[in-house]
Design a protein around this ligand. Structure first.
Ligand code: UT7
Length: 330
């Protein structure tokens, strides 16, 4: 019996209207446009300013657009997986809030926490539900309101991140195209090179945790940069080798957008020319779980059935991984 494959049948996104430019950042932290562009590739990022809206709102908007793109009714969705590190609440899950907002009356849902690799981990979970014959239509969402955990006085992190959501509908592929392979890695980061110290069960919120700014992201940029550059390139090569692909065979790299230099190094190691690499970090910055679906959205008119697509990510955890997808929307 041949393996049942999952394919992406619809893509959607939500981007907040407010644009925070490098020039604007220069007004409140000691930074400059030249430094940010040359070190990261970022020119601007979006922020969700409405205090009454958060991750579930963005996730639901992206999901509605993905459903429309796929021609699927909310009631047909059987499972919702939301990758996020900025859930509206610790519980209930963001996926439950999305389920209600979009009217997915027959779906169950849960959140998945794997930081910048979250969307890839969620994708493989969704695809495996379909491959196992347990579901026919699954929503996978990557959504983060990073501005809710950013210290806008810390120039080492506030220049990097933005808010957004991206969503895909997964369905059964009626051909051999669709998701072919996934590789995921985790290496528990006890040194905490990228984390949010406060708010969990170890450091629950107190006046002291707030005053010590423990509820904001902390990152040892150089350590993470080195590991991300190695990890994202290694896992991309690993999945190519495992599936007998050379740089010539790969049509698209869809990389997590944390730093243009990390993306370039990955593409070089894979032997890919620049035109095959999806890059939109300039416009949105690092939106954590949303970067990969935002790329798929921006390139959806260029993706052709049969294209060999490698998706790759590296993030807090530490987590990293790659997926090999033969694009098919039909
Ligand atoms: O998405 C999840 C995974 N995360 C990542 O993959 C991020 C990985 N890390 C990075 O992308 C980079 O490390 C950063 C973009 C965060 C930083 O770039 P860098 O080239 O590693 O800079 P650095 O931390 O080595 O800092 C170089 C200098 C320092 O000054 P000194 O010590 O050389 O005098 C920093 O204080 O740049 C200074 N600096 C800044 N200057 C202007 C740090 N942030 C800024 C800033 N503007 N915003």
């Amino acid at each position: 019996m041949s393996l049942r494959r999952a394919k992406i049948s619809g893509v959607g996104r939500y981007l907040p209207d407010y644009i925070l430019t490098n020039a604007e950042l220069e007004k409140f932290v000691d930074t400059n446009d030249e430094w940010i562009r040359s070190r990261t590739g970022i020119a601007e990022r979006r922020l969700l300013k409405d205090p009454k809206k958060a991750t579930a709102f963005m996730a639901a908007e992206a999901a509605k657009e993905a459903l429309k793109d796929a021609g699927v009714e909310p009631s047909e969705i059987e499972a919702i997986v939301v990758a996020t590190v900025t859930p509206d609440y610790f519980f209930p899950a963001t996926a439950a809030l999305v389920q209600k907002k979009i009217g997915a009356v027959n779906a169950y849902g849960f959140d998945l926490s794997a930081a910048c690799s979250g969307f890839l981990f969620a994708l493989s979970n969704g695809a495996m539900m379909i491959e196992a014959g347990r579901a026919k239509k699954v929503l996978v969402i990557g959504a983060d309101k990073m501005s809710s955990i950013i210290d806008y006085e810390d120039r080492t992190t506030c220049i990097l991140f933005g808010d957004a959501a991206g969503a895909v509908v997964l369905e059964i592929s009626d051909s051999d195209e669709g998701f072919i392979d996934f590789i995921h890695h985790t290496d528990g980061d006890e040194e905490c090179s990228l984390y949010q110290p406060g708010g969990g069960s170890l450091n629950p919120a107190t006046v002291e945790t707030v005053e010590s700014k423990l509820h904001y992201i902390r990152q040892d940029g150089r350590v993470v940069f080195k590991k991300a550059t190695e990890g994202m390139a290694d896992v991309s090569l690993e999945i190519m080798t495992k599936n007998g692909l050379t740089g010539e065979d790969v049509d698209w790299l869809v990389p997590h957008q944390a730093n243009l230099r990390i993306i370039d190094a990955t593409a070089r190691r894979m032997g890919l020319s620049k035109e095959k690499v999806m890059i939109n970090i300039e416009k949105y910055g690092n939106t954590t779980a949303a970067t990969i679906p935002l790329c798929l959205y921006d390139w959806k008119d260029k993706l052709k059935d049969g294209d060999n697509v490698i998706l790759a990510a590296f993030g807090g955890g530490l987590t990293w991984g790659a997926s090999y997808l033969k694009w098919s929307k039909k």
